[in-house]
Write a protein that binds this ligand. Sequence first.
Ligand code: ARG
Length: 643
Amino acid sequence: ASELPAAVEALTLQSTTQTSKYPGCFPTLNPMDIYREHIADKLSEATGIDAEKIYTRLAWTNTLDKGDLALPVAALQIKKKPQELAEELASKFPESDLIFPPKANGPHVQFFCKPEPLTKTVISRILSEKQAFGTNGNLGLKDPSDPSKGRKRIILEFSSPNIAKPFHAGHLRSTIIGGFLANIYTIVGWDVIKMNYLGDWGKQYGLLANGFKYFGDEEALTKDPINHLFNVYVKVNEIVREQEGPIKELKDEIKTKKEKGEDVSAQEAKLAELVDASEDEKARRYFKSMEDGDPDALALWRRFRELSIAKYKQTYARLNIDFDVYSGESQVKKESMENAYKAMEKAGVAESSEGAVIADFTKFGAKKLGKAIIIRKDGTPLYLTRDIGAIIERDDEYHFDKMIYVVASQQDLHLAQLFKITELSGRKDLSDRCQHINFGMVKGMSTRKGTVKFLDDVLQDVGEKMHEVMKKNEAKYEQVENPEKTADILGITAVMVQDMTGKRINGYDFNLDAMTSFEGDTGPYLQYAHARLRSITRKAGIDESELISAILDLLTEKHAVDLVRLLATWPDVVLNTYKTLEPITVLSYLFRMTHMLSSSYDVLKVIGSEPETMKARLALYTAARQVLFNGMRVLGLTPVERF
Ligand code: ARG
């Protein structure tokens, strides 16, 4: 995947030298654009209707029986009954080498591509462009007519777990969706910065540091920092909970005594003593020393942070993700928060209320956003305050054209408040460039041994389950080079595909059995489809380089033609995904294609066919495999060779 931007670049350069008169039309990149251009030219010539109007109204179809492209004639805004108009346009369309005589169907004109030229264009392009097929680096250009002006830059902030706390399902979804968004923006030519905004600051680090003094173990820390720190965190939290009981009892006692008018000075002294000696208070003090820049306190915290990041990196690598920047709550400068606060004050957004500073959105016509605390009574900033500082820092540092926060919908209010404050502080230019991409909750994410603490636990469990499934087919199993690694990849695919099935906003139940099944639209099914195509090529024993000379006219069967028609639309699917920003847009295309493939194998046999037929079919399957591969890569999956 790291080679991709160069491939995108190469194709982009090629396409800018052959521009089209239509907006967003790139015939050298997208085979369907050849057809859109052709239809618009011819229909305009024959009818006098504005060609660009036709071009922009040409639509995708949901199923191949409705054509490869369709024109909903009502969209042309011509005063005529749509049905009659459709018939008139269809009949006026001239004879063409590329398109069959169009069909009028109700208010639509349906266009079907003639198979031979389509097959030649599509298959030869896929075989030569390989991973770059479907990419379009023009879309990310600042100025499409002048590539030298550079690319648009996007910051994608995603994953963002909290050090020493569990990596929960919300972080998993953010990681998967964020990785997918990074891929899609990359293949349409944006300059993508992947940022992880760690929860790495706050009183809990004081708690953790003190806990480490009691329960810490240097060796365990270096070996498995995330688990060790989590264990320390759990233990020290137990102490906090134990101490909470007596403190609460004493508080209650003082309250009742006071109500009766009794003397409570002894109890109050005792309470002060208890509180002072409590872990919670010690944590507060420790964190204060961090805030004040105490070098020892910071050194320990920095070690925790660095070791955790090193471990996170390994896990992210399994998901094909690497971050460009590990930022975090700790990295937001005091100065930025102060400046932001001043801007808020100046704009009248911040007001003091009972010693704290708040923003009251109801006064700015945003009732739903309620009120938010900006600075606590004790002068300390909050989660929101850090985000307010961070958004401006990022703009100053990266000059981005767009920034996306991939965060669970539980934080809808938080992000809406952040964007609103930014806007009200006179930075509408900035808030307009920011977007919250949210998603629903996952229920019941657990392993077979119990509840999960970390992503690794889940991935391991699902991997083991896939390993069991693989072992059931002994003959095949023996041929797999590295079964553990393959099982791991299959497990990760299972988790990711389950996550990407359905729209982002819908939550789902984490279901180990369903996701690891080969029946239905699952990750393992997708991997199976890919491995099967690989196996067909292996068995045929024809080198991929020979396929360029295949006689593609031999691909006349309906199954072959339909498969080509579907492959032709992959660049359009990428375009559509760039609009929806939904992984399901890609995923449902891939399932549509793999279903079509599995019904083709009996009809389009390779082994046992005439040599030329064999070669032509192999070219088709190789092209299909490439598109499946490209689609899986966009989703962040690792296609396997065999299993
Ligand atoms: N660390 C946060 C959490 O686990 C998510 C951070 C989201 N991003 C942000 N800029 N607030 O809830």
